[in-house]
Every structure is written in C-alpha cells, then in structure tokens.
Write a new protein. Structure first.
Length: 233
C-alpha cells in the first residue's frame, strides 16, 4: 500500500476532532507578549497579513487489541467509493480530491449508526500534505507504520466515544496488516485533540513543524527526531 502521491491542489488537513479557540483566533497563542504587539498582530491578522501555526507529529506504539471495548450502538467500517460523495461535503471537501485520496491508497474509516454517519478518519501509508504548515509527511519512511489524518466527528455526535472508536479501529486496521506504529499530527495549541490522542496512546512527540507568514514572507522551522525514524519529508 506504500505509494507516492503529489500534494493535492486543495490540500487536506492535520488530524483534528474539533477546532481549538486559537484556531478561531490566531492571536491567542501570542498571549504574554506586550499589548502593543498584540494589537499589531490582531490588525495584521484582520488584514490577512499574519499567519502562525505549529503542529506536533505524534507516535503511538501501543496497538493493543481493543475489541473488548466494542460498541453496540454504532460500528466502524471501511468506506467504499459510494460513500465518498456523502462524506466529502461534511467539512467542505472536494469530491475529486477525496476520490483521488482513495485511488492513491488512503483508507477512510466511518463510524456509523442506524441513523447515519457519525464521523470518519483517514489512514495512509504514504505521503500526506499538511496544509496548516505547508509541509509533507511521508510515513513510508517507517515500513511498519501508518498515518492517521483528517478525522472528523459530527457536532451532534461528540463526547460519545466516536473519536476513540475510530482510533481503536485504526489500530485494528494496522495490526491486520502487520504494522506496529501509528503517527498523526495535531496543532500544538489544540489541547482537546492532544488530550484525546494521549489517552489513545499517542504519547511520544517525534517532530514539530512551525510556520510563520507575514505578508508575502514566510519562515518555517522543522524539528526532527533524534534516534528515531524521521517521517517528515
């Protein structure tokens, strides 16, 4: 399933379950700086001249069997091509882009009850373009790993264990293919998703990418792991 894929024209996103306050207001992460600096930052942001985002790449080596925690009120299944036209619009996704993901070997897991879809999560063993920091992650550098991305739980279905069930199913998907490691990426300031991922076993940080854009100038900082597989392209 390892493959090579060019960055899509409309990039996909780092793993997220919901937005953090700082995703709505980028100046939250600048707290602690002088008030005049915050005013300038807000003005630049309002004029679309300031952008800052930092993501952590997390690793999980605990792919233990979680079948004992299986739910009876919903199930997680692999999406088919027929599911994509229904799922893609949930976050404003492009149907051609999503079909291209599937054609390039990405797998989509859907949490589904009798009443309909509850959420989804994508898995790849190849390239993934992280739009937030304009960077490519290539999990194929680790032959025993897969990468989770672009997770989403519908608002009415949150706080019901959907996200955990999707991660558990992703672990089962990985075990069935002889894999031993999962990676994902999460915004540094998204404490909600980070806490959920820690509970799921993503406790090791193995990389960080930060992007600052002011006007037309851009600065990127990439921190790579020492003594570990580097999946940052």
């Amino acid at each position: 399933m390892v493959h090579s894929m060019k960055a899509p024209s409309k990039p996909v996103h780092a793993l997220r379950d919901r937005r953090s306050p700082s995703e709505e207001n980028p100046t939250v992460r600048l707290q602690g700086t002088p008030s005049w600096a915050l005013r300038i930052a807000r003005a630049l942001r309002d004029w679309h001249l300031l952008y800052y985002r930092s993501i952590w790449v997390l690793r999980c080596d605990r792919l233990d069997d979680t079948s004992a925690r299986s739910r009876t009120d919903f199930k997680v299944v692999e999406a088919t091509e027929a599911d994509i036209p229904r799922l893609a619009p949930l976050q404003g996704g492009s149907l051609p882009e999503w079909l291209a993901r599937m054609a390039n070997g990405h797998t989509c897991l859907i949490a589904r009850s009798e009443s309909g879809d509850l959420g989804y999560m994508w898995i790849t063993r190849g390239l993934h373009y992280i739009e937030e920091v304009d960077h490519v992650l290539d999990v194929s550098h680790d032959s025993k790993a897969a990468y989770l991305h672009d997770a989403y739980v519908l608002p009415d279905s949150r706080n019901q264990g959907i996200f955990s069930a999707l991660v558990d199913s992703a672990k089962g998907w990985a075990r069935a293919r002889g894999l031993s490691t999962l990676y994902t990426a999460v915004a540094k300031d998204n404490e909600i998703s980070r806490r959920a991922l820690r509970s799921a076993g993503f406790t090791e940080r193995v990389g960080q990418v930060s992007l600052l854009r002011v006007g037309k100038r851009e600065w990127k900082r990439v921190l790579r792991p020492s003594g570990k597989v580097d999946v940052l392209a």
